[in-house]
Design a protein around this ligand. Structure first.
Ligand code: FAD
Ligand code: MLT
Ligand code: ZN
Length: 461
């Protein structure tokens, strides 16, 4: 069978036999799925841009079962693709060929929670939103939050080193994850599931698995440090005339809000147009070229609103912002956040989306959108920019009515060369997975990851 365009070749892995299925059914009775209709949704990614042809979906419940599966597959030379909530945006959650899909969805138990230290230990398949709800009842929150919270799993979050909306405040998973349990490709269990904040007794092995995208093993459990639930939360939605003014607002905001600043996100007017058109979400303020979502969270509502008022007065007086609205109650906070969180969904209704997740020095992030628009002219349907300003992370998305190889050739390598010229990164928080543009694979240091579990299938060029 020929490779998908540009994909690495399928390596000579074994094919699943009836004997293999009999073994899986013995260790996972009722959880070895081969009905094509049931396997179908696990073969297709969230964006519906890549599709594998796996015929087997395994749904273990315990670490021991994962270990048995991987040990067996290792000995039988069968390739495996770990899958969490299947919300990844770079195609890594689904097979390229016929890899066995190992889903963690049934590994969804919370193991321990210490309400003095705020340390949570749970199985990898716990859905992020369920963990948040569990913690909120106990006056804590998860240190990360993403638009995909309703489906993504903590194991997938760790495997992709997901950033999201709270990174500005609580830092990356490299800091908040305290321990991991991982099953290696040959079935050995690596127990690094510490619940200690400090441990200098050796190498910090778990860090290797954070962002490893399933290439080094299957994460089966996670321990993570959770912050206290803020007593007061405010969200502000502001409009700016230029990106320079948006950056000045960011600087002012960091200075004046200090420790209560918990998010600083942006979207441009093209995103607003897609939200209006495709999701019927009305603009909560007057039309502007740029919009900012600022969140504050703290422990004293009076203190926080005083600080926020001072900041808003100053931002308006210095004409950095031209319009805005503030939310303190939960339903309005949610409505304002959805203007930022639902851009991804709005894009799926605009056509085929070419997605780029770029890290750049913060003052450069919007220049790439402007230059791309000019470079593509009317070849693209929409060119939009949004993202995590506080983290220097731009999401540049380009749509066309259908998949368009000529448009792709105009975007790449332009976008990569532009990013490299600023010493940026072509994957800020989504990972690489099956990203194999010829420009990337032609550079020896950027070949796709080749290692133990699912990527054992691929031969890099
Ligand atoms: P999957 O998609 O199932 O898998 C992702 C990768 O991890 C695959 O390579 C898979 O093989 C591997 N994997 C999954 N589970 C395991 C495991 N237990 N052990 C080993 N490997 C595993 N990302 C951000 O960083 N920030 C955002 O703000 C953000 N917002 C998003 C908003 C939307 C609407 C959507 C759809 C996605 C968003 N994402 C964001 C993408 C993000 O990477 C994923 O949502 C999430 O981290 C992936 O978790 P998952 O459980 O769905 O993993
Ligand atoms: C976001 O920040 O909204 C996510 O990373 C998803 C996306 O890039 O579309
Ligand atoms: Zn993002």
């Amino acid at each position: 069978k020929s490779s998908p365009a540009g994909a690495p070749e399928r390596l000579p892995f074994s094919k699943v036999t009836d004997e293999d299925l009999a073994y899986f059914r013995k260790i996972l009775p009722g959880r070895t799925i081969t009905d094509p209709d049931l396997v179908e949704s696990s073969n297709v990614d969230w964006l519906k841009t890549v599709k594998g042809s796996s015929e087997v979906l395994l749904r273990p419940q315990t670490t021991e079962e994962v270990s048995q599966i991987l040990r067996y597959c290792y000995n039988r030379n069968l390739a495996v693709n770990p899958q969490g909530g299947n919300t990844g945006l770079v195609g890594g959650s689904v097979p390229v060929y016929d890899e066995i899909i190992l889903s963690t969805s049934l590994m969804n138990n919370i193991l321990t929670f210490d309400n003095i230290s705020g340390i949570l230990t749970c199985q990898a398949g716990c859905v992020l939103e369920n963990l948040s709800l569990y913690l909120e009842e106990r006056d804590y929150i998860m240190p990360l939050d993403l638009g995909a919270k309703g489906s993504c799993q903590i194991g997938g979050n760790v495997a992709t080193n997901a950033g999201g909306l709270r990174l500005l405040r609580y830092g990356s998973l490299h800091g908040t994850v305290l321990g991991l349990e991982v099953v290696l490709a040959d079935g050995r269990v690596l127990d690094c599931l510490a619940t200690l904040r400090k441990d200098n007794t050796g190498y910090d092995l778990k860090q290797l698995f954070i962002g490893s995208e399933g290439t080094l093993g299957v994460i089966t459990a996670v321990s993570i440090l959770c912050p206290r639930k803020p007593k007061s939360t405010n969200v502000v939605f502001l409009g700016c005339e230029t990106f320079e003014e948006l950056l000045k607002t960011f600087q002012l905001c960091r200075g004046m809000l200090g420790e209560i600043l918990s998010a600083f996100e942006f979207l441009d007017s093209e995103c607003m147009r897609l939200l209006n058109t495709h999701l019927k979400l009305p603009n909560p303020i007057s039309d502007c070229p740029f919009y900012i979502v600022i969140e504050t969270s703290g422990s004293d509502p009076d203190h926080d609103s005083q600080k926020l008022d001072n900041f808003l007065e100053e931002a308006i007086a210095s004409t950095f912002v031209t319009d805005g609205t503030v939310a303190t109650e939960e339903s309005k906070i949610k409505a304002l956040w959805s203007m930022r969180e639902r851009v991804t969904e709005a894009l799926t209704h605009d056509g085929f989306t070419y997605k780029y997740d770029i890290s750049l020095p913060v003052e450069r992030i919007y220049q790439l959108v402007t230059d791309m628009r000019q470079h593509l002219g009317d070849r693209a349907k929409s060119v939009v920019g949004y993202g995590h300003v506080g983290d220097g992370n731009l999401h540049l998305n380009i749509t066309s009515p259908a998949k368009d190889p000529a448009l792709l050739a105009a975007i790449e390598p332009f976008v990569y060369e532009w990013t490299a010229s600023c010493q940026g990164s072509i994957s800020a928080e989504h990972g690489l997975a099956k990203l194999w543009p010829s420009w990337v694979t032609s550079r020896p240091c950027w070949t796709p990851k080749a290692s133990s579990t699912h990527t054992r299938l691929y031969q890099t060029t």
